[in-house]
Design a protein around this ligand. Structure first.
Ligand SMILES: *Cc1c(COP(=O)(O)O)cnc(C)c1O
Length: 466
């Protein structure tokens, strides 16, 4: 399998899985995608129904790796990646009602679904670094959960230093402390005076700064990195296979709380690979650029507003470019045009025909804070299930969409990560998991910096692993 960049019109170079994994962002600023997607017949898919998670992971992921890794290596890495999940079933499904199930993706070491991809990514990085005998400096932006999942996965790694930018004052205290209380010499946290989009913009600029990147050997752990998205494809298969029966021509819907469009795009890949998915509900909070886009065909950036689901307080959804590339007939010149329009005018619009095509899969629903709180409250009082605000956005979207097929709502974080929002809705003090009992008293270590790329560059130069 070869990979191409969404912005390179001479897409002829050889981009292996290992190359694009280590590069993260393509040098032209585009995102990598496979030049063709593997397709499985229903028969082949249902044959995998009895596999355990690591086995299923191997069967799906190896198809994207070319000759870079073999099956048994992937299986080993997958087994190791998921051994520290605090639930026997890595991704349990809980019944909400006859029409809706909740997929709990928060049993990993940092209590959010980001662990699924980052535990795998760190091990893949290690494998490729060992082979090349190199060191890297990881640079990442976080709206809250990527940072802690990445730090957990890379702390004390002797081949990598990790530098994480989070928007100052815009992540929950629990999320911040998960990052800033880790004691490891290779971990550095920066609180940036700005929002998530500012953090992400700096990371992207650094990655395409050829001279700086070559000197520091930067690597990316954000979902601009293909591996992040790829690893998440697996739980779509895993959960759908639990509920679908081969002999019935059924399909499922997924409701995905969305910010950077990584997780939702992973669902789209699963559908492209043949998994019988009907609709993917794009559930956003009041930062509704994506849900509005799927309603109107207009992609228009507005100001980020802080909400109770801060991990989705994002306007510029990086992964959306991967879908846009496909909408624009895989024409990188058009992608560049649209992205330039976005930069200069703050918006672009796609044709009605294109929107019609997209709506065969995607349904945009936005959920405000009041509804988020109300759904947390109802879910607890009626079903005795405590959900976090991001999950609540997904659940509320699924309830209001009223789709006939079975709906699987992705539960992306443990409620304890957002206890102040949860406490607003229900009078129930959540107890901290053992591992985090001391989190609110441990000493924090981080730097506060202005939104200035040169200050960040300077800090990286001093603290890189080279
Ligand atoms: C990151 C995150 C999301 C959004 O996922 P994207 O892939 O960025 O769309 C939703 N919920 C939680 C809890 C998250 O951490």
């Amino acid at each position: 399998m070869n990979y191409i960049s969404t912005r390179n019109k001479n897409n002829t170079s050889v981009n292996s899985f290992s190359k694009i994994t280590m590069e993260g962002l393509a040098p032209d600023g585009g995102l990598y995608i496979p030049d063709n997607f593997p397709f499985l017949t229903l028969k082949e898919i249902y044959k995998m129904a009895n596999l355990n998670y690591a086995e299923l992971f191997t069967e799906i992921i190896y198809q994207f790796c070319g000759s870079c890794i073999n099956r048994s290596e992937i299986f080993q890495i997958a087994t190791d990646s998921y051994k520290n999940f605090g639930s026997e079933d890595l991704a349990p499904l809980t019944k909400y009602n006859d029409n809706i199930k909740i997929l709990e993706l928060y049993h990993g070491p940092t209590l959010a679904f980001k662990d699924f991809a980052l535990q795998f990514l760190s091990r893949i990085f290690n494998l490729f670094l060992e082979r090349s005998n190199k060191n890297i400096t990881i640079i990442g932006a976080t709206s809250g959960d990527t940072g802690s999942a990445a730090i957990e996965a890379f702390k004390n790694n002797s081949s990598a230093n990790i530098i994480i930018l989070h928007p100052k004052g815009k992540v929950s205290e629990f999320q911040r402390r998960q990052m800033t209380t880790i004691e490891a010499d290779n971990v550095f946290n920066i609180a940036l005076d700005g929002n998530f989009d500012d953090c992400q913009a700096i990371v992207k600029k650094l990655l395409v700064d050829k001279e700086f990147n070559e000197k520091q050997n930067l690597a990316s752990i954000n979902s601009i990195n293909w591996v992040r998205v790829l690893a998440q494809v697996v739980y779509y298969f895993y959960s759908a296979l639990k509920v679908l029966k081969y002999n019935k021509l059924e399909r499922v819907n997924f409701s995905v709380p969305t910010g950077n469009f990584g997780d939702a795009y992973a669902g789209y890949i699963a559908k492209k690979m043949g998994l019988p998915i009907n609709k993917i509900i794009i559930a956003t909070n009041s930062n509704d650029i994506l849900s509005k886009f799927f309603q109107t065909g207009i992609y228009k950036v507005s100001k980020v507003v802080p909400t109770l689901s801060p991990s989705m307080d994002i306007q510029v959804a990086s992964n959306f470019e991967r879908l846009l590339f496909e909408c624009l007939d895989s024409n990188p010149t058009l992608v560049k045009e649209y992205m330039a329009k976005l930069n200069t005018h703050g918006s672009f619009e796609i044709s009605k025909e294109m929107l019609y095509e997209l709506n065969k899969t995607f349904l945009g629903v936005s959920v405000n804070d009041d509804k988020t709180i109300e759904r947390i409250r109802n879910c607890y009082s009626e079903k005795n299930i405590i959900i976090d605000p991001h999950t609540s956005v997904g659940l509320e979207a699924a309830c209001s969409a009223k789709l006939e097929e079975l709906n699987i709502v992705l539960s992306t974080a443990h409620p304890v990560k957002f206890s102040s929002a949860v406490n607003k809705a229900i009078n129930n003090t959540l107890s901290l998991p053992n591992k985090y009992k001391n989190i609110f008293t441990l000493e924090e270590k981080f730097k506060s910096f202005p939104n200035d790329i040169n200050v960040i560059k300077n800090f990286i130069s001093i603290n890189s692993s080279l």
